[in-house]
Design a binder for this molecule. Structure first.
Ligand code: EPU
Length: 419
């Protein structure tokens, strides 16, 4: 197992190329199960979660190759397997994304219930209720969701109690090949959902309402394989902006989409970070002191929960008071105890964290507990006085492509060692 070591206090200067979005690539890979053929995906990030998804799809019968780095070609002619096992689902909850596509392709899907995870209970009841509404028979047996349908699913209206991202994606994939019209109300509006809609429409699906919370899917009789580009990772982009906020300096983030970070970029300006938005790049710079702001995580276009840990690390470097409300996941403060080890003053009360900025942090031995918590420790570590050692970095490798290498190239003193 690797650990990451950071000697803090070196400002960041230079350019970073942002990778394709993990949370867009995962549903798009799952969507290749919908119909036979050779599907091409461009800008696929090289991540542990992507490799896990491909292992899962291989067990179902696909083959794949990379004709060049980041271009993934999946052949899904021979999909016969219908089960996502506990061993795979427990390492990556996004495995649940195969539920909808397998059900419509094979009439049967068996997917392990994910169980709890580091950031909350994360049930999948919306996915199951939605598919039931479209006519699937669903049984829960020995920790597995067993879904069946004879013939085609039937379009209906689905209302989500909360705009679930992967729930919306599963319903979209299932509804494309259902008979008749499906209306998804209170759908998630995240850009990753839009990327999936673009792929499905290119495959021949009929979907209206992209970018809104009401999606109307007119079922079609068949789909065809196509080629799609994965959008840039807005969370990776935001993580580097938070890092320039703590460490200082100026970064140009290339191949990203500023339009996908509306609330985050506004917050960064309020913090005192200079932000210049271009068509596909962002310049982020910090020279003077930074100010504290309050943050409340919300579904898109609100402040993303996936950047909450990183902005908390940034807030510890101010000298003010910041109130951070986490409204999406009930237990997403695992980074707090680790940031405290670095000298942060943070009080947690339920879903609220109150950060009293101490101006500086000091390096310490800390442990990565989940993906975004790990990222926050890097954001803290590049600014901390002294050396920070982050163990269990496999969490980071699930969702950030060569984060340490990218930061090293712009001046951070960061390296990897074997534990
Ligand atoms: N929820 C339910 N029932 C469901 C589904 C969701 O109660 O059936 C609740 C969840 O417990 C949570 C809320 O609804 O409180 C929102 O969850 P959502 O379903 O939107 O989350 P997700 O689809 O499981 C995706 C991302 C997460 C990201 C969230 C929120 C992927 C693969 N994962 O998860 O990404 O935090 O949306 O934006 O797209 C990460 O990348 O680090 C990560 C955790």
């Amino acid at each position: 197992m690797d650990k990451i070591i950071i000697e803090g206090g070196h400002p960041l200067h230079g350019e970073i190329n942002v990778s394709g979005a993990k949370n867009a690539a995962l549903p798009l890979i799952a969507a290749t199960l919908l119909c036979p053929g050779e599907h091409t995906l461009y800008n696929v990030p090289d991540l542990r979660d992507i490799r896990t998804m491909l292992v899962l799809l291989e067990t179902l019968g696909i083959t794949y190759h990379y004709p060049e780095p980041h271009t993934l070609v999946i052949n899904s002619d021979n999909v016969e397997g219908f089960e996502a096992s506990y061993d795979l689902v427990k390492t990556m909850r996004a495995s649940v994304l195969v539920l909808g596509p397998l059900l419509v392709r094979l009439g049967r899907a068996r997917v392990s219930l994910p169980g709890g995870c580091a950031i909350g209970a994360r049930p999948i009841n919306f996915h199951m209720q939605g598919l039931q509404k479209l006519g699937a028979k669903i049984e829960l047996e020995s920790g597995y969701v067993d879904a069946f349908v004879k013939g085609r699913l039937q379009g209906d209206t689905i209302y989500f109690d909360f705009p679930s991202v992967t729930g919306t994606e599963n319903m979209l994939m299932a509804a494309t090949l259902a008979q008749g019209k499906t209306i998804i109300k209170n759908a998630a509006k995240e850009p990753e959902v839009g990327n999936l809609i673009d792929m499905l429409v290119a495959m021949g699906a009929k979907i209206e309402g992209r970018g809104t919370d009401v999606l109307v899917v007119e079922g079609v009789d068949g789909l065809r394989a196509t080629a799609t580009t994965i959008i840039a990772d807005r969370i990776e982009t935001g993580t580097y902006i938070a890092a320039v906020g703590t460490a200082g300096g100026e970064l140009t983030l290339r191949n990203c989409n500023p339009a996908h970070l509306p609330s985050f970029l506004e917050k960064m300006r309020a913090v005192g970070i200079y932000i210049e938005e271009k068509e596909s790049s962002i310049i982020a710079a910090r020279s003077g002191p930074i100010k504290s702001v309050d943050v409340k995580t919300m579904p898109y276009p609100g402040f993303p929960t996936d950047l909450q840990a990183q902005i908390m690390a940034l807030m510890t470097c101010t000298t003010g008071l910041s109130v951070i409300d986490e409204t999406i996941f009930e237990n997403r403060f695992m980074h707090v105890a680790e940031l405290r080890r670095m000298g942060a003053d943070i009080r947690v009360d339920g879903g609220r964290a109150i950060v009293s900025g101490t101006g500086t942090l000091t390096g310490a031995q800390v442990m990565a507990t989940d993906l975004r918590a790990s990222a926050s420790l890097v954001v803290a570590g590049v600014a901390a006085q002294g050396v920070t050692t982050i163990s269990r970095v496999y969490h980071l490798d699930r969702g950030y492509e060569r984060l340490d290498e990218k930061l090293r190239r712009v001046g951070a003193k960061i390296w990897r060692e074997k534990e």
